[in-house]
Design a binder for this molecule. Sequence first.
Ligand SMILES: Cc1ncc(C[n+]2csc(CCOP(=O)(O)OP(=O)(O)O)c2C)c(N)n1
Ligand SMILES: [Mg+2]
Length: 740
Amino acid sequence: MATKTDPKPAGVADSDIKQAGKTYEGLSRQQLTEAYRIMYTSRRLDDREIMLKRQQKIFFQISGAGHEAIGVAAAFALKAGYDWFYPYYRDRALCLGLGVSPYDMLLQAVGAADDPSSGGRQMPSHWSFPRLHIVTGSSPTGTQILQSVGCAEVARYLTAHPNAAKKVEGDYRQFKDVEFHGDEITYVSLGDGTTSEGEFWEAMNTASNLKLPLMFVVEDNEYAISVPVEVQTAGGSISRLVTSFPDFHFEEVDGTDPVASYAAFMRSVQHCRAGRGPAFIHAHVIRPYSHSLSDDERLYRPDVERQRDAARDPITRMQMFLLREGILDETGINKLEKQVDDDLQAAIDRALHSAPPVPETVTRFVYSPDLDPTSSAFETQPAPAKAEPTPTDGKKLAAKTMADLINATLRDEMKRDERIVIFGEDVADCSREQYLQQKMVKGKGGVFKLTFGLQCDFGSDRVFNSPLAEAAIVGRATGMATRGLKPVVEIQFFDYIWPAMMQLRNELPLIRWRSNNGFSAPCVIRVAIGGYLTGGAIYHSQCGESIFTHIPGLRVVFPSNALDAAGLLRTAIRCDDPVLFLEHKRLYRETFGRAAYPGPDYMIPFGNAKIVQPGTDLSVITYGAVVPRALQAAQKLEREQGLKIELIDLRSLNPFDWEAIAASVRKTNRALVAYEDSLSWGYGAEIAARISDQLFEHLDAPVRRVAALDTYVAYQPLLENAILPQTSDLYRAMKDLAEF
Ligand SMILES: Cc1ncc(C[n+]2csc(CCOP(=O)(O)OP(=O)(O)O)c2C)c(N)n1
Ligand SMILES: [Mg+2]
């Protein structure tokens, strides 16, 4: 980007730049010429892309037209590769100003293998440039805002925990560089329409509350496609609505004026760098080219309105400004524009000859290429601490619940890895720390107490309560993980994971793939899941794991017992992929599956099923809270009929252990898939389809499923029993199938 000492722009002779000493809000005349060069390049690149799209040489176009001045002002005020950027699709001028070349942008447009943003995976104007700290963005409007909050939190955390930034061998840290300075700012931009998203308000709330060095830039072109601002925003002005958020620095500016915009940015930068809180820049811009090439704004905007906008066009305004101030004369402007046009033509010719990506590469970077959580690197033996004496045998290891072992695992991992932070609803012991310090309270540590004591042990900046906002929990975690921390966050009940669905479906698991391995966001989302609670009812009993196993890029694990929970959680934390860690509430404190703590290094690889009991007559494939129920049914069948049922606990659902299933079905020739979620379209459908596809010749019976009814879990226990799969249902299905 341009600085005060920038050389003169290409194509501009010294004689073209007059009165070199004078400045405008601190911008030199040379910088203003450079600003115009960037703005003009941005507009011409849009024009050229539009032509290329009409010639069907590129496949999509969305322009930054009308937003050039605010973009260039931001680029001049902030530092590429030092500050962090979450721009949206209209920020072409910002990206050019930060150092992205037009050629790189054209590689996006043609979908080239060498497209540095995504290798042809994302649409153009979905910026991603790791070297410049421009973080991969997506198409859903507003998802970037919560991630930018997480990103802004990292500098503060690392200032307090500088050792956390160190590179460590042997886990995800080996592959995750962490950079920080302490006073870096995070920039996030969005359109006026996007301020209607809840995620925007969640982000404003937390940025204000934590006084984060985060700069919100609302580029208000008064339209979201065809919907005008007064429909989006109560009263028609976002500035009016946000001004009561504490600790913000607010600016409302004509975003078509680069000098005024730069001044607004510089005041905001000062506020943010000094750690006084976030900034909010409301920039009034125009949108001269319709929303995109698929939109014709003449259908909803009359000429008179469009002409009014045209009179404010930042490109012509800037031209006039340069002429008026005598910074460039007409010859100088023509020379500069011709140089830009020539350079663009050369870049277009090159880009059109670039090689497309190879189809065989499409599955690369769905997961980490560096660390495979199914590998033997994640296989260790339990090493329990010393046994405790008992009255009978003298020595016995205390059997702990799943809740105990998850808590112990989190504690040991936090000790080992200072990059781990834990947050979520109620996970802290007590937000009002003084109550803990004065020993007035014991602390809560989660509604299920899984994080109990961790705030006391590791401090309130490593374990803290979040607002009641699930999208914010996952979005912030994604931003933090992108910059190298390891958030291990909690969603209190699976039933309330849905506000985070946009982040979980369109963001977290895609960061690596869509940026062609430019960025990654390995973190752990712990979720209390499941029913069999007697009174849990509709909204405290849900499963739904198959919705998440359907998402490429997300690892999903679901332990059925304490030892597995400890081993799998540790793998989840140390691995290099995002993991959804499902903890069955009914199993938290069950007698079934208690175990001694297996020590601080115990890990179980993903995709590694456990044979709970071997058998020859039927394979039962299951996981979670159905495991103890299926075991009971199988034991009863053995007692009564001598049937030997092979019971497979998958433990991890994505990846899953196909080898174990195949080996078992080849032996027993019969398969039953059992799961707690409702039957249709569930996890069992995939397993059953695979078995019939790949093991057809080994089957002596149809593949069956036992699952919940296709309804909701009711409150009245009689109804709950009828709805969820019971031991008796499993018993009947096993018997039928074994006798088929
Ligand atoms: C969550 C979501 N909903 C809808 C869309 C479709 N869409 C794309 S851009 C857009 C309008 C955005 O308007 P605004 O935030 O004002 O930004 P502008 O394009 O005007 O700069 C819509 C509705 C989307 N991409 N994401
Ligand atoms: Mg808009």
